[in-house]
Ligand binder design. Sequence first.
Ligand SMILES: NC(=O)c1ccc[n+]([C@@H]2O[C@H](COP(=O)([O-])OP(=O)(O)OC[C@H]3O[C@@H](n4cnc5c(N)ncnc54)[C@H](O)[C@@H]3O)[C@@H](O)[C@H]2O)c1
Length: 320
Amino acid sequence: MELNKVTLIGGGVLGSQIGLMCAYVGKEVTFWLRSEASIGRAKPKLERYSELMIQDLLTAKALIGSPMGKFVYPKGLIRDWDSATPESIDALVAQAKENFASKIKFELDLGKALSDADVVIEAMAEDPKAKIAIYSDMKDLIPEKTVLLTNSSTLLPSTFAEYTGRPEKYLALHFANTIWKNNTAEVMGHPGTDPEIYKETVKFADEINMIPLQLHKEQPGYILNSMLVPFLSSAQALLATGVADFETIDKTWELATGAPAGPFKILDIVGLETAYNINQMKPDVNVEGSVTNLIGKLLKEKIDKGETGVNAGVGFYKYK
Ligand SMILES: NC(=O)c1ccc[n+]([C@@H]2O[C@H](COP(=O)([O-])OP(=O)(O)OC[C@H]3O[C@@H](n4cnc5c(N)ncnc54)[C@H](O)[C@@H]3O)[C@@H](O)[C@H]2O)c1
């Protein structure tokens, strides 16, 4: 089965990136958005991300032949770096511009947005009630053939499977922010997912230039966040309890492991609001003096000053 017609539910940070990536490789993309105002908010995001993608392609031309090239080229945009030439990248740029202009449409009517979809990707806000509501609304509108995917970062597909009316065709395909560069796609079913649909999803992920990372069972936080969240929490605890300053903590990690970025550089990329929200979910967050409580205060202070990370131009570090 070819999964060519893609409908995105949500046109936020991730929804817009996923839609663009699908259009980039030539899939037909429909964004379902709930109002004209949502379309008004999604369009500038699509423009900004498409410009960044084109810019990264053009920058990659200068990396050809450089030993660093293979580490930093936009992996979701160039499938075969070893055979890339300035001409082949120019052709990708031209094709991308054409596809972004011709392969993306917007729809306010949910029924119309779903009527012919091969695959629906739910990339709506991380709000379980809102997700249940949209799955319930979609249930009788999605064609029999359609695969339904969720990009949820923290919620498990088994939580929602019963509301979808198609548990066997429902699973998670979890992308990372800036997907055209960080092209991982964690594939995670729930116990009722049909193994054939799982395989179709792995194939689809590959077709849209992602590296499919297959989980054999449900795991909150998938593979990446199961490692990253405790790592970042440990670093925040060292800072919040006054063991060391953030620069020393980063330097320790970078020098000792050879990693290019320490935990506070990573936190700036993730965004301090996300880190704060994750911290707020911990049971002892309101226990005065607990490490979690101290981390919450530290992050809140920075967020209140607008120092939320790379996107704001300042987080733990300053950015141009
Ligand atoms: N931001 C990330 O780095 C990241 C990474 C991987 C996965 N995710 C996941 O992707 C999903 C979307 O995250 P995001 O960062 O793009 O969020 P976002 O806030 O940027 O976008 C959310 C989108 O959902 C829409 N929406 C919100 N409530 C709605 C409702 N009740 N009905 C219809 N539409 C509604 C908004 O209009 C918007 O288009 C979440 O499940 C999140 O966990 C996010």
